[in-house]
Write a protein that binds this ligand. Structure first.
Ligand code: HEC
Length: 98
């Protein structure tokens, strides 16, 4: 019984770790995807990367919404997701801006 319990706990933890990790990497990967496909139609990434440390969250939200008005094809969810990535300068954004 004890071994079964331990096995169940181990399975539970590893399931949690894999799905959790997949979720995080997918979210971050999506920001890189948005930047590379939807933010480069009118200007290059340099324009975005230069501003990374200079804007806080409300400022990025204003900017990204303005880009949507210019014609960037982002859904509401993508706007939120991208603004979070840009504000936190997460790994995918740093990677794109290398
Ligand atoms: C339809 C064309 C278009 C697309 C697509 C686009 N932009 Fe822009 N972007 C512009 C124009 C035009 C300017 C200069 C005028 C301005 O700032 O509004 C600009 C300027 C900028 C600037 C510099 C100005 C500032 O306020 O810091 C940033 C940062 C920026 N864009 C980010 C983005 C991001 C992030 C995306 C993807 C969500 C994006 N852009 C997609 C047209 C576009």
């Amino acid at each position: 019984m004890n071994t079964i319990k331990r096995a169940a706990i181990i399975i539970f933890i590893s399931l949690f770790l894999t799905t959790g990790y997949a979720f995080i990497s997918q979210a971050a990967g999506n920001c890189a995807y948005i930047l590379n496909t939807k933010c480069t139609a009118c200007h290059n990434l340099g324009r975005i990367c230069r501003k990374l440390e200079k804007k806080n969250k409300p400022k990025w939200l204003t900017t990204v919404k303005r880009m949507v008005r210019h014609g960037a094809p982002l859904s509401k969810d993508e706007v939120k997701e991208l603004v979070t990535c840009l504000t936190e300068q997460n790994a995918s954004v740093k990677d794109v801006c290398k």
